[in-house]
Design a protein around this ligand. Sequence first.
Ligand SMILES: CC(C)[C@H](C(=O)O)[C@@H](O)C(=O)O
Ligand code: SF4
Length: 474
Amino acid sequence: MTTPTTLFEKLWNAHLVSPESDTAPAVLYIDLHLIHEVTSPQAFAELESRGLSPRRPDLTKGTLDHSTPTLPAGADGRLPFFTAEAEHQVDTLRRNCARYGVELFDYDGPHRGIVHVIGPELGLTQPGQTIVCGDSHTATHGAFGALAFGIGTSEVGHVLATQCLLQRRAKTLAIEVEGELAPGVGAKDLILHIIGEIGVNGGTGHVIEYRGSTIRALSMDERMTVCNMSIEAGARAGLIAPDQVTYDYLAKTPRAPRGADWDRALARWSQFKTDDGAVFDRHVHIDASKIKPTLTWGTHPGQVAAIDARLPQANDPDEAKALAYMGFDGGATMAGRPVDVVFIGSCTNSRLSDLRQAADVLRGRHVHPRVRMLVVPGSEQVKRDAEAEGIDAIVRAAGAEWREPGCSMCIAMNGDLVGPGQLAVSTSNRNFEGRQGKGARTLLASPLTAAACAVAGHVVDPRDYLNADVKEVA
Ligand SMILES: CC(C)[C@H](C(=O)O)[C@@H](O)C(=O)O
Ligand code: SF4
């Protein structure tokens, strides 16, 4: 009998070109290389300086997301780029893709969007693959049972040139989540809670496999939200084994295999799961039924609290610094704190189901006059689907801004900024000092919580906004 192995080990073994030794990392074959405008220019320049071309341009796909404006082109047809550098990055990716025959989901095309949103929705992301991107949230694609790493710019160059990646083998961490999530509690609350439990270094050196009944009950959108933030727990990647939910999602995507190819793919994909009796290096157990709507209160994604919990009493210098930056008193609760900005978007929470949750709160209600609210779909596809069901109209009628797809206020590289000292409730994944603008303060939260805060004008328990009947809640 063969030894039981984990999903990670199966993915690793299936892509091993040469194993790791004491002196050298392993060489892994890469099935899909996603590129964007921020981390690819130097990699292409390096390639050019060595007289090389991409080894597999057909397995390389580009999109424009970080530096692109979310406001439409002006009357002169020009896009309102925030900086000349942003415009240059966009031009450079366009030039590089055209020159080397790399498919680019360009600004004016139907498929542009945040790299981690478009890979899955096009069906480029598939179970059993290795996927890399010069972007730390590449772990998102692990939701499909793909081994997906964020890589640095020099590695982007290596993968372009060789279609291979040097890697040291990671340890395995099983996060077993059991129980039902309560109404008003979603995948974002779950992953924030998990990071709160294991800490921002809790996954260091490990690939996490999320397992258990709670994970199996999640939709693909929700699974992506969970895997997306694996990096915020320090992990190299996050994984969820593919199942019928995965296959049903993929069957509707334009680039998934068809006919006999689909049957062959399915037979292969279904092998990518952890065998009974396989051994993980570590286990963590989470009871999902105990989780409440959860937000970050500090300046890293491990500083979290349930909406009704008291914040810590500055137990150490880091907590004291975070509380001071955020303007919170130790021992206080977050509820009631006035909110200036609400951002619904980012590769964590900008898919159709996220926008629907926000729209359910906004329908028939108004954004509080103090609050500026931005809703930024993750892709052209999400935008089209949302508009087809009238979400844009609900957003606008509520007094929020409906924007063009992109990373936007998640990283604030495109001019969508939170002002100094302002408090933003954001569905994104990072909350370090100044992430959303100089001096900006960020509370990471679910789309439901963020939308509820926009209506209330202060931090509020989203469970008060769940009822379908529209009523004003104080
Ligand atoms: C710009 C890019 C390199 C960066 C990342 O790697 O994550 C960005 O996407 C982010 O979220 O901070
Ligand atoms: S949406 Fe935010 S986290 Fe995701 S890739 Fe863009 S900048 Fe990075």
